[in-house]
Design a protein around this ligand. Structure first.
Ligand code: SF4
Length: 216
C-alpha cells in the first residue's frame, strides 16, 4: 500500500528553474540569436521565458549532464563575446568545454535519445559556430549529443570561411532586435523549427501560426 508523500524541500529547490536573468537591451546571448523567429525572442525578453513541464525537465536534464561532463575538460564555461562594430551591441555566450592540448572546443547538447539525432540541429550549429569564430577559428569544433542511451559527436569540417559566413546573420539579428526593443515594437514573426514548442502559438498570440483545433 502506498500513499502520496512530501518531496524533500532541498530536492524541490535543486530542481527549481526560472528565468531570473536580467536582460540588457544591448547584450544578447548567442543561444537567443541562434533561433530564427525574432518575434518570439522579443516577447521572451519582455515577459520572461515560461517553461512547460517538458521544457523544465529538458533544462534540468541539461544541468545534470553538464555538471557531470564539463569538469572532465581543461576549462569549462569559458566566456566568449563579440562587439558589433560601430554599435554598443554585445553578443556573448559560454563554451561548454575546452581541450587546450588538442585545441578542441566542445558544445554539449542533451537529448531524449541519440537515435533521433541524424545531424546537428540548425540552431545548435549556429551557436557552436559562433563559439568557434570568437574563440579560435583554427580550433576543432565538436558538437556532442548526449542522452541516457549514449552519445554522438559531430566534428565541424567546413573550414574558416564557412564558419565566418554565419556571423553576419548574428549581427543582422542583434541590430534588428536592439532597434525593436528600443522602439518597443515586435519584429515580424518567422516560421521555424521553434514553432513546434512555441508558447505564443499555444496561447493563440502568434500572428501567423495557429494551433489546430482538436476534433471533438
Ligand atoms: S509560432 Fe509564431 S511566434 Fe512562435 S516561433 Fe513560430 S512564428 Fe514565431
Amino acid at each position: 500500500m502506498w500513499k502520496l508523500g512530501k518531496t524533500p524541500k532541498k530536492l524541490i529547490d535543486a530542481t527549481e528553474i526560472s528565468d531570473k536573468y536580467v536582460y540588457r537591451d544591448n547584450v544578447f546571448h548567442v543561444s537567443e540569436l541562434s533561433y530564427t523567429c525574432m518575434y518570439k525572442i522579443f516577447y521572451d525578453r519582455i515577459e520572461g521565458k515560461e517553461f512547460n513541464k517538458s521544457g523544465l525537465w529538458n533544462i534540468y536534464r541539461g544541468i545534470v549532464f553538464d555538471r557531470a561532463i564539463t569538469p572532465l575538460f581543461d576549462e569549462n564555461e569559458l566566456r566568449v563575446q563579440m562587439r558589433v562594430p560601430n554599435t554598443d551591441i554585445i553578443i556573448r555566450g559560454k563554451i561548454d568545454a575546452v581541450d587546450y592540448d588538442e585545441n578542441v572546443i566542445y558544445e554539449f547538447k542533451t537529448v531524449v535519445s541519440i537515435k533521433f539525432v541524424r545531424k546537428p540541429y540548425q540552431h545548435h550549429t549556429q551557436q557552436a559556430l559562433f563559439y568557434l569564430c570568437n574563440y579560435d577559428p583554427n580550433a576543432v569544433l565538436k558538437l556532442v549529443y548526449v542522452s541516457m542511451d549514449g552519445h554522438k559527436t559531430f566534428e565541424f569540417v567546413g573550414g574558416r570561411q564557412n564558419a565566418d559566413a554565419h556571423m553576419p546573420d548574428f549581427v543582422k539579428k542583434a541590430k534588428s532586435l536592439r532597434k525593436a526593443l528600443r522602439n518597443k515594437e515586435a519584429p515580424e514573426p518567422q516560421r521555424a523549427s521553434e514553432c513546434n514548442w512555441c508558447r505564443y502559438k499555444e496561447e493563440g498570440r502568434c500572428p501567423i501560426v495557429k494551433t489546430r483545433k482538436r476534433k471533438k
